[in-house]
Design a protein around this ligand. Structure first.
Ligand SMILES: Cc1cc2nc3c(=O)[nH]c(=O)nc-3n(C[C@H](O)[C@H](O)[C@H](O)COP(=O)(O)OP(=O)(O)OC[C@H]3O[C@@H](n4cnc5c(N)ncnc54)[C@H](O)[C@@H]3O)c2cc1C
Length: 536
């Protein structure tokens, strides 16, 4: 199979034109193609008057491929290497069923692989199934009555269920391909396999999550919603079971294997694990704000006269800079044509994030604008100090917003002038619990707001018009990643008071080993493999 890189076409080009362009590069007649597939597609919008789609394609031809390779430009034509996931052999002898705590991407992929290996995992998830959870979330947004167990952070599908379903990742692990192919198998559009900025949207994610659940159940796995891990039963440095709570009652389940795939917001569970002596350390994270512009405005900034072209979709952006304040500041988790959402999971604390549907056709586009926070900013060296810092910010925001989960928001112009907004301008806030004109400098640490102010001006130079005076800053975005890492040993099990704690596997974002849906899924696979390799 041959791989042809860097085929540049206009967004108007048809599939046939792509086919012909590929044939031209390798000087082969299109009728000699035995197979043809898109490997990668990206958008080059550096020249707004000449936006291009850039393709890499894989082709099998009815001709001598080595001769084609020899006579072609080595930078453009290479031998195609495909990745195929190699399942790990099950060496486990234990008679116990593994327990997986948390049914987010990490827990789901771990449960899926263990189910396929015949281990019938016992999953507990504190939140509700995704349909009930969707009602819980909308009820919160409408009535401001927060369900602290079933919300944007907790429930079937995990934290990313109400998101853009963006599947971009910075990790290099080839197992990510496995995550993508499973997503497609369970109902995601095929384009996620080749798009440079793959996304599925919250609407499609919900169905994918249900399909994964059905396969696990069909293989004998069990998924128990509304069940919260409250204790680990430990003896002689080995786990012997778990205690969980359902409807106010406590239950024990005997096991020798527990996967902690609890996400970055299960603060009560992390506190319980800390009290049990599980070794954890502080971890840098980021805080900041959402910035919201009209979608059509961002589309024009990015795509010029091609804005709105169906082959391009709603425009994305990704920027990073090092402002005078010295902290890396970057845009994150952009939601083109999306909504700013309230993502609280604790009473009296306000958390902001973003989501979009697959169509990305809402009025505004939003993105997080984040500043790195280092352990030296946490205030003390307690392993859980980062959580306390997050809580302080979220409490302040709740109070400033009027104590009913209305979000404080400020125009970019007022933020840069450090004056409290008294009204919003042309950009209407999309926040799901409403927004009130405020001064968000009252919520976030000064280091953070100084860096954001400088970054806005720097980013305005990278993308002229980004610091639109009426653009809205809604805060706080405080849960971008976990402020804690649970240390793992070389077989992925955790430590307790200087010894390895047999059978307990920290996994995914909450344990500090992932940042996003794809990397959490990959870590779930990694932990499933570690369990299958363990011969005890
Ligand atoms: C609003 C929002 C939008 C996002 N958008 C994107 C995006 O577009 N793309 C992207 O890549 N990432 C996105 N993320 C981040 C992404 O969701 C996370 O990185 C990912 O979900 C982490 O997966 P995880 O399985 O490690 O943890 P989680 O998804 O957080 O799952 C952990 C699960 O464990 C459960 N749990 C916790 N404690 C217990 C307990 N004691 N007992 C039982 N169950 C428990 C929780 O209820 C939860 O369902 C977004 C996050 C949010 C909040």
């Amino acid at each position: 199979m041959l791989r042809i890189n860097n085929i540049k076409l206009s967004p108007d080009a048809t599939f046939e034109e792509l086919y012909l362009a590929a044939a031209k590069v390798i000087k082969v007649k299109p009728e000699d193609f035995k197979s043809f597939s898109i490997y990668k597609r990206s958008i080059d919008s550096r020249d707004k008057n000449d936006v291009k789609l850039i393709y890499t394609v894989d082709i099998q031809v009815d001709a001598d491929e080595s001769r084609i390779l020899k006579r072609s430009d080595k930078r453009r034509v290479t031998k195609s290497e495909t990745y195929e996931y190699q399942p790990v052999e099950n060496k486990r002898k234990s008679k116990f069923r593994p327990v997986i705590v948390g049914f987010g991407p990490a827990g789901m992929f771990c449960a899926l692989l263990l189910s396929r290996a015949g281990l019938k995992p016992f999953v507990i998830e504190r939140g509700n199934d995704v349909d009930t959870r969707t009602k819980d979330v909308h009820n919160f947004w409408e009535t401001r009555k927060l369900n602290t167990e079933s919300n944007v952070q907790f429930g079937e599908g995990g934290a990313g269920t109400f998101s853009d379903g963006k599947l971009t990742t910075g990790i290099k692990d080839p197992k990510q391909k496995k995550v993508f192919t499973e997503f497609v198998y369970f109902g995601a559009p095929e384009e996620i396999l080749y798009s440079n900025y793959p996304h599925v949207g919250t609407d499609k994610l919900v169905h994918i999550v249900k399909n994964i659940r059905e396969e696990i159940l069909s293989l004998g796995g069990e998924i128990n919603f509304g069940c919260k891990l409250t204790d680990l039963i430990i003896a002689n440095n080995y786990v012997h079971g778990i205690t969980y709570e359902k409807n106010g009652k406590s239950f024990d389940f005997e096991t020798d294997t527990v996967v902690l795939a609890i996400g970055h917001s299960a603060r009560d569970t992390v506190e319980m694990l800390y009290e049990k002596g599980i070794t954890m350390i502080q971890k840098p994270f980021s805080v900041g704000t959402r910035i919201e512009h009209p979608r059509e405005y961002i589309d024009k900034l990015q795509y010029g006269k091609f804005a709105g072209h169906p082959a391009l979709g709603a425009a994305n952006y990704k920027m990073a800079c090092h402002p005078e304040g010295g902290r890396g500041t970057y845009t994150f988790c952009m939601c083109p044509g999306g909504t700013v959402i309230t993502a609280s999971s604790e009473e009296g604390m306000l958390v902001i994030n973003g989501m979009s549907k697959y169509a990305r056709d809402e009025e505004n586009s939003n993105s997080a604008l984040l500043v790195g926070i280092e352990p030296e900013d946490f205030g003390n060296d307690h392993p859980l100090a980062g959580i306390e810092l997050q809580r302080k910010i979220e409490e302040k925001a709740f109070r400033l917003g009027g104590k009913d989960y209305t979000a404080p928001a400020q125009t970019v112009k007022d933020f840069l002038n450090n004056v409290t907004s008294t009204k919003f301008g042309a950009v209407k806030p999309s926040c799901t619990t409403g927004a009130t004109p405020s001064n968000i400098r009252e919520i976030l640490p000064k280091k953070v707001t100084d860096n954001i102010a400088d970054a806005l001006l720097k980013m305005d130079k990278m993308m002229a018009g980004f610091a639109l005076p009426d653009a809205l800053l809604t805060a706080p975005e405080s849960r971008s990643s976990s402020p804690v890492r649970i240390i793992r040993d070389d077989v992925c099990q955790c430590y307790r008071i200087d010894n390895s704690l047999g059978g307990v596997y920290p996994c995914g974002e909450g344990a500090g080993y992932a940042g996003g849906i794809v990397s959490a899924g990959v870590d779930g696979i990694r932990i499933a493999e570690a369990i299958l390799k363990d011969e005890h």
